[in-house]
Ligand binder design. Sequence first.
Ligand code: HEC
Length: 384
Amino acid sequence: MSHRVWKRSVVGALTLGILFMVAGEISAQRANPGDSVPTMRSLMRALASAFPMSLHQEDFRHPANRRAILLALEVLQENSEALESHGSDDSSSFHFLRKTLARDTRSAADSYREGRFEVARVFLHQMTENCFACHTRLPGQANKTFGKQFMEDMELESLTLDNRARIEVITRRFDDALTTYEAMLQLPVWEEPLLGFDGAFENYLKVSMRVRNDYEHPVDVLTSFGARNDIPRYMTQPVRDWVVALNKLQSTNYPEDKLEHARRLIQEGQTRKLFPGDRQGTVHFVAASSVLHQFVQSANATKDELAEAYFLLGVVESHISSTSWVSETEFFLENSIRLNPTATFAPRAYAVLEEFVLMQHGALPAIPPEILDYLEELKGLIDR
Ligand code: HEC
């Protein structure tokens, strides 16, 4: 785990934790396979119950709290595992997030049981990235009942705005999350450390564009941000470009064919991107991911079309993933190769995936044999 991830998770936890100071009595509600709402609510309650105590290292490991914490972690694990095996949507595009959520909750519970409290804390905090990634993928209904009550019970004031927005997305209070992101863009720039381009803009665009399908409102908000002169140029410049891009996307007629639509968006995004860390293409990549996520959900896509959609999703995700904890790049590329190993783009998909996997594991001698076997297997499918 990189230092940055660790640091962010701890800082995030400290602020996030305060929020969960609800009289957190978790119901050890058992998951009902095929019905995700009760499962989601149980996840939320359990998370809320464990978080306050994860705020301070001493509380989290204190013998008096251990039973309650372990129970919460077990409820999280149980409900995540139920979601993993009986997810009510049968699209494989969600499988990775269900699997990683189950893995993270399992690791949290196991570590805690074994007395590795710090490790358990990190897993507990990072698992929320799975919730966020899933909730911001497709156009979605806001939660009007459960989430509202839940948020009202919480002490939101003590949170950094970034964490507050994250919780609002997790409870599916999307409009509240947008309001929070927008408030964040008005702060003095150094007041909100995460405004330093640490995923906040990407997350704002994901909620606006993918969940709300709203390209208009971000234009106003980002125009104001881009006009500020108290902010370094490296931050305002891409934002100004996004405004131009958002306007252009609304006035351009893209092809009906969704894959062609996505290919064009990606190409336009890539032309804007001059160097690896350049964010100028972000709006195009988020727009492309939105088209593609909806496409892979549609019932009438053929296997070959799906293979290409996953290839493109892998490419796009590598540009817009705002976290190193939950990155779906590898999963999308693997899906693409398995669906159509003879496609013209399959060798390219493999090359990107191989680089991605090798980079994650560092120097070659350090790569576990099962990872090398996995790469061999995928390469074999293409070369066959
Ligand atoms: C694989 C995708 C996925 C993951 C992962 C996921 N969710 Fe959800 N969640 C959904 C979907 C889809 C809905 C909307 C369900 C509906 O309205 O039918 C939802 C709804 C919810 C709701 C609203 C329930 C209600 O009352 O309507 C809450 C709260 C929630 N999720 C919390 C969480 C938490 C907490 C996590 C992580 C620990 C999480 N979710 C992880 C997909 C996911």
